[in-house]
Ligand binder design. Structure first.
Ligand SMILES: Nc1nc2c(ncn2[C@@H]2O[C@H](COP(=O)(O)OP(=O)(O)OP(=O)(O)O)[C@@H](O)[C@H]2O)c(=O)[nH]1
Ligand SMILES: [Mg+2]
Length: 321
């Protein structure tokens, strides 16, 4: 079958009612940030930690506001706060992944006001069954995050990382987004980085030294006595924001160099260049640790560097596709 015929068939396809996603189909516009991930690679935990930290950014951006745009998002945010404080983990499996979060982010330093729509939904590329509804909701022009948990890939699948990337690119191309004329802006996010055994020491240190995490820890609570500030609270503004982003770029390069020392990393980077992808790398830890007891963490949630991928997406978004 020719390529044109395959594309036509793709669009003609009717969703199979047996395979449709769980729960009600949520209305609303397409995502402004796409997040791709294989099952179990930490997508729900990452989104929880991102949303949790996003609400707290007023601590470093005094004029900033983060407002949920619908009742479902508001309720979800309240639930996330309770779960994070209670050290609970997200439920797993397709039935648990049916969230659409819509937020209005106002007065961010450097980036101003943005709408953030992000889905925690069975993945249109990597989920076992592909259904038309989900892929139609994919916004292939939005900056995208590809969450990869190296240790969950395991030795064998880690060797085919570049082929998984190829699956992502081919799905995009099949849906009409040519790689050359409409370049993909993609942040490869290494999730659960606290548990990557051979993460270079400087990257491990970067993960630990998250100033945003420290700023959030210095939050003055309504009910507990104020914490003594070790120093002036962080303000992420002008020079300090430029410094943060400069460090972000260095860390991208460092991950790039580290991956390039491996054969599969080298092939991934080559393939991305061949597809003209604007590629960035970052590392995050949503929970901060992997000590788990059933559905709970044994230690409190300690998100680290979880805003970095969003900062990259905001930066990449200023260069329009
Ligand atoms: N060490 C470590 N473990 C993590 C981290 N984030 C998630 N995990 C673990 O990985 C498990 C799966 O994470 P989820 O966030 O549920 O992953 P998911 O991609 O949403 O999984 P499905 O929805 O089942 O596809 C969690 O239950 C945690 O045990 C992290 O940052 N570090
Ligand atoms: Mg999930």
């Amino acid at each position: 079958m020719g390529v044109i015929e395959r594309i036509k068939n793709w669009w003609r396809r009717k969703p199979d009612p047996e395979k449709t996603s769980p729960g009600p189909v949520l209305p609303g516009p397409v995502p402004t940030l796409e997040v791709f991930s294989q099952a179990g690679h930490g997508k729900s935990s990452y989104l929880w930690s991102l949303l949790y930290m996003l609400r707290k950014m007023s601590i470093v951006w005094p004029d900033y506001l983060c407002t949920p745009q619908d009742e479902a998002t508001k309720e979800a945010l309240k639930g996330i706060h309770e779960s994070v404080h209670g050290a609970l983990l997200p439920a797993s499996g397709p039935a648990a992944n049916k969230h659409r979060y819509e937020l209005h982010l106002q007065s961010m330093e450097r980036w101003g006001d943005r709408k953030l729509i992000v889905w925690d939904w069975p993945d249109p590329v990597f989920a076992a069954s592909l259904d038309g509804n989900r892929s139609e909701r994919t916004n292939w022009l939005a900056p995208a995050l590809w969450l990869v948990s190296l240790q969950d890939l395991g030795e064998v699948r880690a060797e085919i990382l570049d082929m998984l990337f190829d699956d992502l690119m081919r799905t995009r191309i099949l849906q009409g987004f040519a790689a050359y004329t409409r370049p993909f802006r993609l942040v490869v996010v290494l999730t659960k980085a606290d548990a990557i055994p051979n993460l270079p020491p400087s990257l491990r240190q970067y993960l630990k030294d998250d100033p945003l995490r420290d700023a959030v820890r210095s939050e003055v609570s309504l009910l507990s006595p104020p914490l003594p500030f070790p120093s002036e609270p962080l303000r992420l503004k002008d020079e300090s924001l430029r410094e943060y982003l400069g460090r972000l770029a260095l860390v991208h390069q460092e991950i790039h160099h580290w991956l390039e020392t491996t054969l599969v990393g080298h092939m991934l980077i080559r393939r991305a260049a061949a597809y003209h992808v604007e590629l960035r790398f970052s590392i995050v830890s949503a929970t901060g640790s992997g000590l788990v007891d059933g559905q709970s963490l044994q230690l409190p949630w300690t998100p680290r560097r979880v805003l970095d991928p969003l900062f990259w997406a905001l930066e990449l978004d200023s260069v329009k596709a």
